[in-house]
Design a protein around this ligand. Structure first.
Ligand code: COA
Length: 177
């Protein structure tokens, strides 16, 4: 692993980290090489950008490497066109023992027209798990919410986690029968 894959000292990781500490925004220009057969940007490209942004957030919050464990919800709200400037906005919604839910909002704006308001084109929720040098889950710092919006995101993330775990338990039980 590279230098940025080292894990920060445990003493640092037991202190709660505010949502603003790890928030990340990325921006790219959509090129024709990313287009689908309809001429719009391929959904997979948006997913990759969202995953990359969420990965940076997870790494910052957890103070070391973290892997994508699940992406169980991504909504596409409007098409993204070649030539749009795509921007992602991402933060930790919830932190557990070793896992974190990271939310990503994706907006697009035509590159040549600053008077066009950015359009909310997609949203996604990722589960990242912080890992140690052996690839095993390791503890992450608690999350400190700072705004009413953070509190709402944390509450909604808890609902999604409860559903995720219930679904997994039910599926595993069915396979054991
Ligand atoms: C993610 C991974 C480290 C989890 O390892 P594991 O041994 O199953 O870990 P555990 O069962 O102890 O779970 C660890 C945490 O992850 C959560 N988790 C694991 N799988 C999950 C899933 N599918 N959905 C939601 N949460 C999940 C658990 O709830 C637990 O959370 P908590 O510690 O906050 O309570 C392991 O499955 C892995 O390495 N997967 C591959 C990840 C990867 O390579 N991603 C890139 C794709 S190319």
């Amino acid at each position: 692993m590279g230098e940025d894959a080292t894990v920060r000292p445990m003493s640092e990781l037991s202190t709660a980290r505010p949502t603003s500490y790890s928030r990340v925004s990325l921006g790219i220009m959509a090129h024709s090489s990313e287009a689908n057969l309809l001429g719009n940007v391929h959904g997979g490209e948006i997913m990759k950008l969202a995953d990359s942004t969420a990965g940076a957030v997870a790494h910052r919050h957890s103070g070391g490497p973290a892997v994508t464990a699940a992406m169980d919800e991504m909504t596409f709200l409007a098409p993204v066109h070649v030539g749009d400037i795509i921007k992602t906005y991402s933060q930790v919604n919830w932190a557990g023992r070793s896992s974190m839910e990271i939310g990503v909002r994706v907006e697009a704006q035509p590159w040549g027209n600053a008077s066009d308001e950015p359009v909310h084109v997609a949203s996604a929720y990722f589960v990242f798990v912080a890992i140690d040098e052996e690839g095993h889950p390791r503890p992450v710092p608690p999350l400190e919410t700072e705004t009413p919006g953070d509190v709402r995101r944390q509450r909604e993330a808890e609902i999604r986690r409860a559903h995720r775990l219930a679904r997994k338990t039910e599926i595993d039980r069915g396979r054991e029968e």
